[in-house]
Write a protein that binds this ligand. Structure first.
Ligand SMILES: [Zn+2]
Length: 84
């Protein structure tokens, strides 16, 4: 855990959530912009991944719905290609 990630736990409220709420929210991920593990996805994409809209609590980067959809499709394509 670095300082940014510690702060992210507080900024997002993750640290204070009940275990039930935590199960419904994805974990922090690497930010598309700054690379820190401080990007918080809003939820899950249509393929069950976490390429949803969201926001980085360190740099303020916000993933738009269009960017999220592109990432989700790319991830799904990679999963598909890795099958055989
Ligand atoms: Zn960031």
């Amino acid at each position: 855990m670095n300082l940014y990630e510690d702060a992210a736990g507080e900024a997002t409220g993750i640290d204070f959530m009940s275990p039930e709420d935590r199960l419904l929210r994805p974990d922090l991920e690497a930010c598309d912009e700054c690379g820190r593990m401080t990007f918080w996805p809003d939820g899950h994409d249509e393929f069950g991944g976490t390429n949803s809209t969201g926001r980085c609590v360190a740099c303020g980067y916000e993933r738009t719905a269009e960017a999220a959809e592109k990432l989700a499709l790319e991830a799904e394509y990679e999963r598909y290609m890795a099958k055989d």
